[in-house]
Design a binder for this molecule. Structure first.
Ligand SMILES: NC(=O)c1ccc[n+]([C@@H]2O[C@H](COP(=O)([O-])OP(=O)(O)OC[C@H]3O[C@@H](n4cnc5c(N)ncnc54)[C@H](O)[C@@H]3O)[C@@H](O)[C@H]2O)c1
Length: 168
């Protein structure tokens, strides 16, 4: 029996990188996985790989910076699987620049995806988890949300925000 047998897990940024790994591992441990990402082709491929391995998964295209898309994803998850037990707030971007060359657009985009995306996921999934009598939320911050470095100002600020939002 897997460690998350029968649970329903939603993984943002599940098309590639760590999110793909989180999705595959959760499925191998028995979860039904909802893979979301802005990248539909790679996201569908992650969900297909899970199904090819005998697991259950669907892909939903999703920009984590959009509140309305978050609500759609949660509604589609409940409609497909009945409940949500696990949310992995993984989607994130890095724009590697020091503060003085970071544009306002760089800053706003990084904050929208890395910080606001996590805020929205936590806010909107909790009512669904309360209906199901509980759940777990995993927010992926970074060592760069704790320590300083010279070349990723917006990223560091966004990941520090994730760390403190999670504590709150
Ligand atoms: N890779 C590392 O060494 C490392 C270290 C610490 C923290 N992290 C964090 O882990 C997470 C995953 O990192 P990774 O290295 O796998 O990144 P990655 O770039 O390989 O994958 C990120 C995924 O997020 C998706 N994405 C980007 N913008 C999105 C949006 N607006 N809405 C939904 N999905 C979106 C991308 O399409 C991609 O599939 C990030 O939050 C990152 O900051 C990574």
């Amino acid at each position: 029996m897997g460690r998350v047998e029968g649970k329903v897990a939603l993984v943002t940024g599940g098309a590639m990188g760590m999110g793909e790994s989180h999705s595959l591992l959760l499925a191998r441990e028995g979860a039904k996985v909802v893979v979301t990402d802005i990248n539909a082709e790679a996201g569908e491929a992650t969900a297909q790989q899970i199904r090819d391995e005998g697991g259950e998964a669907i892909f939903i295209q999703h920009d984590v910076a959009s509140e309305s898309q978050w609500q759609d994803v949660i509604d589609q998850t409940i409609s497909a699987y009945g409940h949500i037990d696990i949310l992995i707030n993984n989607a994130g971007i890095v724009i590697s620049k020091p503060n003085e060359t970071t544009t306002l657009e760089d800053w706003d985009l990084t904050m929208a995806i890395n910080s606001t995306g996590v805020f929205l996921g936590c806010k909107l999934v909790v009512p669904a988890m309360e209906k199901a009598s509980g759940g777990s939320i995993v927010n992926i911050s970074s060592i760069y949300g704790i320590i300083g470095a010279p070349n990723a100002a917006a990223y560091q600020a966004s990941k520090g925000a994730v760390r403190m939002l999670t504590k709150s």
